[in-house]
Each structure stands twice: as structure tokens, then as C-alpha cells.
Design a protein around this ligand. Structure first.
Ligand SMILES: [Mg+2]
Length: 172
């Protein structure tokens, strides 16, 4: 039997987005309701996979090590709820990559590695570039709206990951 998965963008979904990049543990602020939401999804049998662009590495703002430290911190805080983190360190200013969203390569790798059933899975993001690669692969999409009436090709719009989890689990 194939696995079902909730793919998650990181910045703006798990932790508060920061225009100056989030790469210091002390600036990694977990959004309220995120850990309970992830627990509900995990208990319902979903794999939880983060797919995140980290172009600050290509730009020389921070290092791979900083990304690992933030993810280790979240693992400790959440009790290891995330199955895997895929991140793209690239940026078109230095190197083009199919992994950087809206490219779909990180999703494709995860789907192959974990034998994921797309039809039973979801992508939750806060930017259109999170939604586009998932749409391309026919993964149902949920946009966490930062501003009201955002134009999006996502199937659903919600205000938080907690609300997305309720939608996925049909509790609303
Ligand atoms: Mg984001």
C-alpha cells in the first residue's frame, strides 16, 4: 500500500516568515497551533515532509549547517514529527535548479523515496510558488493566506496550518 503525505512549505507555514531569512535558531519562531496540527495529521497516518527553498545559501547569507540547526531545533520542539526535510539551496542569481520551487524536483524525489500516493496527499504553502509544482503533479493544494483575497491556483485557502489540518481531516 502506498503512503499518504502532507507536504509542507516551511517559512510562513511552520515558522514565522522573515523577509531577512530565517536561519538562526533564536529567530525560528514556531507559529501557534503548528505542533498540534502536525500531531493530528501524524496520528491520521500522514507522512509529514517539508519542501523548502533556502536560497540564502546560494546568496552566501547562511550555510547548510544553519539549516540543519533550525531543523534539529524544530525536531526537538515537536518531538520528531517531520519525516524528512528537503531544501533547495539554489537561487537563479547563481545557479538555476529544478529543485527550487516552483520547480517540482524535491516533490518528485520525495514521492519516489516514500512511495507516496498523490491522490491521498496534500501540499500546504503560503506562496503561489509552493502551489504551482504541486498542481503540476496533481497533489491537492491549500494556500495559507497572508493577505485576504490572494489570487491563487490552490484548491483551498485557509488562515493557518491548524485550519489546513482540520480541512484535510474533514473536521470542518
Ligand atoms: Mg513560505
Amino acid at each position: 500500500m502506498k503512503n499518504k503525505c502532507v507536504f509542507l512549505d516551511r517559512d510562513g507555514v511552520i515558522n514565522v516568515d522573515n523577509v531577512n531569512y530565517t536561519y538562526k535558531v533564536e529567530e525560528f519562531k514556531i507559529i501557534d497551533g503548528v505542533i498540534p496540527a502536525l500531531k493530528m495529521l501524524k496520528e491520521a497516518g500522514y507522512l509529514l515532509i517539508i519542501i523548502t527553498n533556502q536560497s540564502g545559501i546560494a546568496k552566501g547569507i547562511y550555510q547548510h549547517e544553519d539549516v540543519y540547526k533550525c531543523h534539529d531545533y524544530f525536531d526537538r520542539e515537536s518531538g520528531n514529527l517531520i519525516d524528512e526535510y528537503f531544501y533547495s539551496p539554489y537561487h537563479q542569481s547563481t545557479s538555476e535548479s529544478l529543485s527550487r520551487k516552483p520547480g517540482s524536483l524535491m516533490f518528485e524525489k520525495a514521492i519516489a523515496k516514500y512511495d507516496i500516493d498523490i491522490a491521498q496527499s496534500w501540499m500546504v504553502g503560503d506562496r503561489e510558488r509552493d502551489i504551482l509544482p504541486a498542481n503540476k503533479l496533481n497533489i491537492p493544494t491549500i494556500l495559507i493566506e497572508e493577505f485576504p483575497n490572494t489570487e491563487t491556483s490552490a484548491k483551498y485557502k485557509v488562515d493557518s496550518l491548524y485550519e489546513a489540518a482540520e480541512l484535510i481531516l474533514k473536521k470542518v
